[in-house]
Design a protein around this ligand. Structure first.
Ligand code: PAN
Ligand code: ZN
Length: 197
């Protein structure tokens, strides 16, 4: 791994970085139990295990002092009324922040602390979002046709804790009904994982 200064391009309109070390592709099946309408989830999964989002990572040593960065692309779509989203996580080292810069699309960052505070911040091109230490974060794409594309950077030793959200869910959900886009309390927060049977 180089220890000289380096640069890369994030070309418009594809947004795939010119240098990528790791391409993560997450499917519907990776978010089992996370969408509130489990019947809609099952029906959709029976048809096709669609790709919900992709992450292009630029690797660095996962040690204090380094920064990890990359591009996250959440595709448009819904499970029932609920928009496609990332798994969402706390950082394993809770006291680590993250910054996001929205490059394309429309969406939201859904955030919460272990103490139960929650926040939902709209994302649009040009917006920089600072996720402070201790706040879990999940990106949601709310466009009908366009990907939500964000650039992110965070301390390389942060680590990811997915288990808390997998087990308890997250407090706020983003849905679309006749009235338009709504931010709602999740009906399933803090329940046991929703069974898929
Ligand atoms: C981002 C996220 C990325 C995918 O790099 O990892 O948006 O979301 P999930 O990790 O929740 O699947 C980040 O927040 N890293 O810390
Ligand atoms: Zn993170």
């Amino acid at each position: 791994m180089q220890n000289q200064p380096f640069s890369l391009m994030i070309p418009y309109p594809g947004f795939r970085p010119s240098h990528v070390d790791n391409h993560i592709v997450r499917h519907l099946s990776d978010l089992e139990g996370q969408f509130s309408n489990q019947d809609a989830y099952k029906q959709m999964l029976e048809k096709k295990d669609v790709v919900l989002y992709e992450v292009y990572e630029i690797k660095r040593p996962e040690i204090a002092g380094e920064i990890l960065m990359g591009i996250s692309i959440v595709h448009p779509g819904k499970v029932g009324d609920e928009f496609f989203m990332t798994k969402g996580h706390f950082h394993t080292i809770l006291d680590t922040a993250e910054m996001y810069y929205c490059l394309h699309g429309e969406g939201f960052m859904v955030m919460e602390t272990p103490e139960g505070e929650s926040a939902v911040e709209p994302l649009a091109p040009g917006k920089v979002l600072y996720v402070p230490p201790r706040w879990a974060h999940r990106s949601v794409c709310s466009s009908r046709q366009e990907d939500l594309v964000t650039f992110f950077a965070y301390p390389a030793n942060a680590g990811h804790n997915y288990g808390t959200i997998e087990d308890k869910g997250i407090r706020k959900i983003i849905i679309e009904r006749d009235k338009g886009i709504e931010i709602k309390d999740s009906p399933h927060f803090n329940e046991k994982p929703i069974s898929n049977e």
